[in-house]
Design a protein around this ligand. Sequence first.
Ligand SMILES: C[S@@+](CC[C@H](N)C(=O)[O-])C[C@H]1O[C@@H](n2cnc3c(N)ncnc32)[C@H](O)[C@@H]1O
Length: 379
Amino acid sequence: MITDTHKTTAKSLFGEVAVNRTDMPLFVNKTKFIEAIQQFKEQDNLSKLRFVVLDLQSNLNSVKDDKIGILNIHSNGDTVKISQKHLLEQLDQIADSQTLERAKYYTERLEKAMTEIRNNKINDINLNRWKEYEDIWTDSLWMIDKRDSTGVHTAGYWGNFIPQIPNQMLRRYTKKGEWVLDPFVGCGTTLIESQRLGRNGIGIELQESVAKRAKELIGSEQNKHSVVAEVVTGDSTELDYAEMLRKMGQKSVQMVIMHPPYFDIIKFSKNPRDLSNTPSVESFLNKMNMVVERAGKILDKGRYLVLVIGDKFSRGEWIPLGFLTMQEILKKGFMLKSIIVKNFEETTGKRNQKELWRYRAMVGGFYIFKHEYIFLFKK
Ligand SMILES: C[S@@+](CC[C@H](N)C(=O)[O-])C[C@H]1O[C@@H](n2cnc3c(N)ncnc32)[C@H](O)[C@@H]1O
């Protein structure tokens, strides 16, 4: 989120009126604000309306400029938190209207945004204020230059995904207090994010030492929403998911995030149950089938399953592991909602051998992997 202050000028209608616009939140007294915008509806011509809007904007500029106490927290606590930049932009839109009817329409929309919450069933996003969610991504190409390394997040586990993936998915497809399952939890990235965001999480991990590390990391992250983050050591192709949930007093989950090994690209252990040790692509897909079968049964209808996976290159041939696994999930009756292509962070090994890989690509007639997929399915 951009937090730096920048000066901008109010629209040319008013000449050069400098207004500080920041992403910092304003705490607006709701009653006073609604009273102020009621005056917009009472104006009988656009010039008068524009002056009333500008007057309100100047009060919102800073506490020092606020002559009507609109930035005073209401004694009954009825205060709305909103970014100054967004609020001023919505007021600009009213002032810039070409007709009084249009200005009235935008005024009513702003009134709703300040007084009513409109949610859908699968997240906590207030659709009446959708413009403010600038950090929720809605494009299918994700170019991420830096992993989130705040708190206990660490790049230390070879093959973990960047925290931005579960963060985006959890905010978009779950509500606070709901449950998410990650059948390949690794060092716990999904559960660290779910705990931060106030969602309950269950993760399954085959390797005891990795599960232990995940528990330590999650345990050292603040749990300010007092949610559950449970790591179960076991084989996600065989575990009884319903029984696992029953032990936690649950019958279902509201989201599944799966980040399996990309077949044998990275060997996670020597354990034959490890999906990175499956002898062929077919047996990898069979195993994935078993996980999806189990996860699908405990996922609520209408909710989302996320698969994060990349492709493989073997003996001169591109193996579309992502699309093959996607196909298995579709066969189970899931609906494909999106395919997101995400840039792939170079592993340290590859970075050091950049030239060698370029040479190999030229000789072998192939392209070097720079992307992986996030497949999004709805049950
Ligand atoms: C790609 S990593 C997941 C990393 C995770 N997203 C993170 O950020 O730490 C895949 C994980 O699946 C685990 N795994 C492999 N086969 C498994 C199985 N049959 N059951 C449970 N976990 C398994 C591996 O040990 C590895 O930790």
